[in-house]
Design a protein around this ligand. Structure first.
Ligand code: MG
Length: 406
């Protein structure tokens, strides 16, 4: 565990990121309420609303029909993840020219540790202005960011979120409690709806009340998280160093709503394998392996089916996850068209990293570790199995042979 002492952390968060990228790319969309959606708009949600749409009440994760009801003039625009990732690489490269301590927190948010480079808060503020100018030159003036500067990541994120869009909020150590007391509990990254409710049941509605609540009782109620909450109320961030003693995540899962309902096994296998590779990558990234695999489907009528299997061997590779998940689901797929598939890996332990005795598996392990290096560097979308692409290969003549017999 580490407490941040005398650090200067900058949090930078793009405003309405996907929407402003599209508005930058297309003058027709500027100044208008737009909502970025998935490919199939009827079934999709609004991934990002433009600043104009937000003003009219459209919120992130709202279904497209609800957004249309609230804001009939909204322009729904299919998202382009590759474009967003490309621009993300551009601005992260700019951040790296200011400091090597850059943590990419999400596609449009990063933390920069400026302690050494900026020396004090005035220096950090000047750097923030310079970063903003460089981002605007490289990505265009319609892509704006909110910036927060504070003694740790938690407070920097709270600061950047306090003024949107285009804010620059500096919170020096002695101003931290003030910022907290102006914020709602749920504004803090790490206090979700469930924790908020739990705190409310204890009579805690503000950071001030949380600060005064006895730590021992918080620990009884929230276990390890009690300390985190107590420290957060004082504006401090408890950082759990990654180590084998810290609790690993209990499960890793992904689900996917298909662009159309189907029970075509070729299509379902393709999506399930894609999910399995995503889950497997997260396991390998965290240095863990899973022994329990659960798979579930939701049918067009919203009924569902799910089961789990436990494997003797710990698993870290996507193909094996897929094979088990497919065994679980295959018998149930004749009934009705499927609308969603999902896969979760649990019974997590640290990955023993054994070398397989079999040549074919050794080969697979070495391919995976090269691909992982790429994923560490460029993110999880950097490679795909040919068999998950929506392309029909002619059997035999193409020369392709699929491990999982699609
Ligand atoms: Mg953002």
């Amino acid at each position: 565990m580490r407490m941040d002492n005398g650090r200067i952390i900058l949090h930078i968060d793009m405003n309405s990121y996907f929407a402003s990228v599209e508005q930058q790319a297309n003058p027709f969309l500027r100044g208008k309420p737009i909502g970025i959606t998935g490919k199939n708009q009827e079934r999709s949600v609004v991934a990002t609303a433009s600043i104009e749409a937000k003003k009219l009440g459209v919120k992130t994760a709202m279904s497209t029909w609800e957004a249309k009801k609230i804001c009939p003039s909204i322009i729904l625009w299919p998202g382009d993840p590759e474009k967003y990732a490309d621009i993300m690489h551009r601005f992260n490269a700019i951040y790296r020219s200011f400091t090597e301590h850059v943590e990419e927190f999400s596609v449009d948010e990063s933390f920069l540790d400026l302690t050494e480079e900026a020396q004090d808060y005035l220096g950090a503020t000047c750097m923030a202005q310079a970063i903003r100018e460089r981002v605007s030159e490289a990505c265009g003036p319609h892509i704006t960011a909110s910036i927060g500067i504070a003694p740790n990541r938690l407070m920097a994120k709270l600061a950047s979120e306090s003024v949107k869009p285009n804010g620059l909020t500096v919170v020096r150590p002695h101003e931290v409690l003030n910022l907290l007391d102006q914020s709602d509990l749920e504004d803090l990254c790490g206090i979700g709806h469930g924790i908020r409710e739990h705190l409310s049941q204890l009579g805690i509605e503000s950071f001030q009340q949380l600060r005064e609540f006895p730590l021992e009782r918080l620990m009884e109620e929230f276990h390890g998280y009690g300390l985190w909450l107590h420290e957060a109320a004082w504006g401090r961030e408890v950082v759990q160093e990654p180590s084998h003693t810290s609790e690993p995540a209990k499960s890793y899962g992904h689900s996917y709503t298909l662009p159309f309902n189907t029970n075509d096994p070729v299509v379902l296998k393709r999506y399930l394998l894609g999910l399995a590779d995503k889950v497997a990558w997260r396991l390998r990234r965290d240095g863990v392996a899973a022994r329990r695999i659960s798979a579930h489907v939701r049918f067009a009528d919203f009924s569902g089916h799910g089961e789990q299997r436990t494997s003797i061997e710990p698993i870290t590779d996507g193909l094996r996850l897929f094979k088990i998940a497919w065994q679980i689901l295959a018998p149930f797929l004749q009934h009705a068209p499927v609308r969603l598939v999902g896969l979760t890996a649990s019974l997590i332990s640290s990955d023993p990293k054994r070398t397989s005795l079999f040549k074919k598996e050794q080969h697979m392990q070495s391919v995976l570790s090269s691909l992982d290096l790429l994923q560490h560097r460029y993110g999880s979308g950097i490679w795909k199995r040919a068999s998950t692409l929506p392309v029909e290969f002619k059997s035999r003549s193409s020369g392709f042979r699929f491990d999982h017999e699609l």
